[in-house]
Ligand binder design. Structure first.
Ligand code: AMP
Length: 414
C-alpha cells in the first residue's frame, strides 16, 4: 500500500481528469460506490473458486456480525448499486468509476494490496458494436494519456452452450493430466475447471498450452458474435490479436473478453474487461447484458513519463522583512489569493531564509514588504529568475500590486 504525493498524486489526478473527458464524450457519468460491500456480493459476482475470492479478499465481520469485504474490483459494486438504486429505467446505463481496490496479493512491481482502478460499465442489450466501441473508448483513453505502445488481446468465452461444451472438453483433457497438476488446480478441476487456465504455476501453464481451445466449441451464434466484434474493432486503428486461452480471472464474463497489454517494457496487463450476460440477473437485477473494463491505475502510471507531471503552476511569494510587517504582508497575501494568484505567505525565519524558501517553492516573484515599503506605501518586487541586477527589482505602488502581478502571470515572462 503506497502513499502518493508530488508527481504520483499529479499523475493520478491527470489520469482521472483526462479519462473522464473521454468517458463523457461517450455518454458515461461517474458513479462512486462504497469501498465495502457485503462479502456475498463478490462471492456471487466474481465466483468462489477464483483467486480473487478464494485467496485475495480483505474480509471481516463488523460489530453487527455482518461479513463485509473491501472491494477487490469495481464491477460487482456498480451492479449492486444499479440494482439497489433501480437505475435500469433508462437504457443504456453508462457509468465510470475510479478508486481504491484491495487484494491480498503477493506484492511485486505493479502489484499492490491497495491499488486503484478506473473502470467503465455499459448496460443495455447485447450488441457486438458496443463491445467494439467500449474497446475503442478504452484505447482512446490510453492514447489521450500518451500511451501508444499497447495491444488489445481478445477472446470470446462464447454463450452458455459454448462454455458447457468447452468445460466438458477441458475436464476430459485435464483429468488425463490430473497427477501433474498443482494441488490448487486439482481442486479447480472439481469445482471450476475454467480457472485452471488462469493458473500461474509453471507446470500447469505447460499443460494448459496443449489444452483444447474454446474457439473449437463456439456455437454458431457465439462464432458470429465474435467475428462481428473483431470486424468492428478493425474499423478502428487498434492493434489487436486473438488469444484463445484468455479467460480472465473472474467468473462473470461471457462472449467477449479482452486485455490491454503493453508492447514495450512492462509485461503485465494494463487493464481488462469483457461482456457479462448474467451478472445483473445473478445479483437480483433485470436480465440485461453489460460490457465493461477496468484499468489498473498503477500500471498506467508506470508507463507515464515523470517529466510531464512536474508542478507547473506559476507562483509568487509575499515576504515581510521582519515580524513587524507580518500584518501588512498578510493583507497583501489575502488580496492576491482572492484574485486567484498562486501565492505563498512566507513569514518564518530571517529574510535570507524566506528568500531561499521562495526559490525552493519555484516562486517567480518575491513581493517584499519591509519598513520602507510600509511607510512609502509600495512593495518591492524581486524577479527570482533574472540574474541582471539592474532588472532584478522594481518598486510598485501598493494599490497597483495585484494588477501588476496578475498581468505578469498571464504574460510569458518568467
Ligand atoms: P482485474 O480486475 O483482475 O481484471 O484487473 C484489471 C486491472 O487491474 C489489471 O489489468 C491490472 O492493471 C490491475 N490490477 C489488478 N490487480 C492489481 C494489483 N494487485 N495491483 C495493481 N494493479 C492491479
Amino acid at each position: 500500500m503506497k502513499d502518493w504525493y508530488g508527481n504520483d498524486a499529479r499523475k493520478y489526478e491527470s489520469i482521472i481528469s483526462i479519462s473522464r473527458e473521454i468517458c463523457s464524450k461517450y455518454g458515461y457519468r461517474t458513479i462512486h460506490t462504497p469501498i465495502v460491500e457485503y462479502t456475498e456480493i463478490f462471492q456471487r459476482a466474481i465466483g468462489n473458486e477464483t483467486d480473487v475470492v478464494s485467496k485475495e479478499m480483505y474480509t471481516f465481520s463488523d460489530k453487527g456480525g455482518d461479513s463485509l469485504t473491501l472491494r477487490p474490483e469495481g464491477t460487482a459494486g456498480v451492479m449492486r448499486a444499479i440494482i439497489s438504486e433501480s437505475l435500469t429505467q433508462n437504457l443504456p446505463v453508462r457509468f465510470m468509476y475510479y478508486g481504491e481496490m484491495f487484494r491480498y496479493d503477493r506484492p511485486q512491481k505493479g502489484r499492490f494490496r491497495q491499488f486503484h482502478q478506473l473502470g467503465c460499465e455499459y448496460i443495455s442489450d447485447k450488441s457486438p458494436y458496443t463491445d467494439a466501441i467500449v474497446i475503442a473508448m478504452a484505447s482512446e483513453m490510453l492514447n489521450a494519456l500518451g500511451i501508444f505502445d499497447f495491444k488489445v488481446v481478445i477472446n470470446s468465452l462464447g454463450d452458455d452452450e459454448t462454455r458447457e461444451a468447452y468445460i466438458k472438453a477441458i475436464i476430459k483433457y485435464f483429468s488425463r493430466h490430473e497427477d501433474e497438476l498443482s494441488d490448487e488446480s486439482k481442486i479447480r478441476l472439481k469445482k471450476n475447471p475454467l480457472r485452471i487456465l488462469d493458473s500461474k504455476n509453471e507446470k500447469d501453464k505447460e499443460i494448459c498450452s496443449m489444452a483444447p481451445i474454446i474457439g473449437d466449441y463456439f456455437t454458431k451464434d457465439s462464432d458470429t458474435y465474435f467475428k462481428k466484434v473483431c470486424e468492428a474493432i478493425e474499423k478502428y486503428n487498434i492493434s489487436y490479436e486473438v488469444n484463445n486461452f484468455l479467460v480472465r480471472g473472474l467468473d462473470y464474463y461471457s462472449h467477449t473478453a479482452f486485455e490491454f497489454k503493453p508492447t514495450t517494457g512492462y509485461e503485465d496487463s494494463i487493464g481488462g474487461g469483457g461482456r457479462y450476460d448474467k451478472l445483473l440477473e445473478m445479483l437480483g437485477g433485470p436480465n440485461l447484458s453489460g460490457v465493461g473494463f477496468a484499468f489498473g491505475i498503477e500500471r498506467i502510471m508506470l508507463l507515464l513519463d515523470d517529466k510531464s507531471f512536474k508542478e507547473t503552476a506559476r507562483r509568487v511569494a509575499v515576504i515581510p522583512v521582519s515580524g513587524k510587517e507580518d500584518a501588512s504582508a498578510f493583507e497583501l497575501y489575502r488580496l492576491l489569493i482572492a484574485s486567484d494568484i498562486h501565492c505563498e505567505f512566507l513569514h518564518l525565519g530571517n529574510i535570507g531564509k524566506k528568500m531561499k524558501m521562495a526559490d525552493k517553492l519555484n516562486c517567480e516573484l518575491a513581493l517584499i514588504v519591509g519598513e520602507d515599503e510600509c511607510s512609502g506605501d509600495f512593495v518591492t518586487i524581486k524577479y527570482m529568475n533574472i540574474s541582471d541586477d539592474s532588472l532584478k527589482t522594481k518598486k510598485i505602488n501598493r494599490s497597483e500590486v495585484v494588477k501588476f502581478v496578475a498581468h505578469h502571470m498571464i504574460s510569458n515572462r518568467s
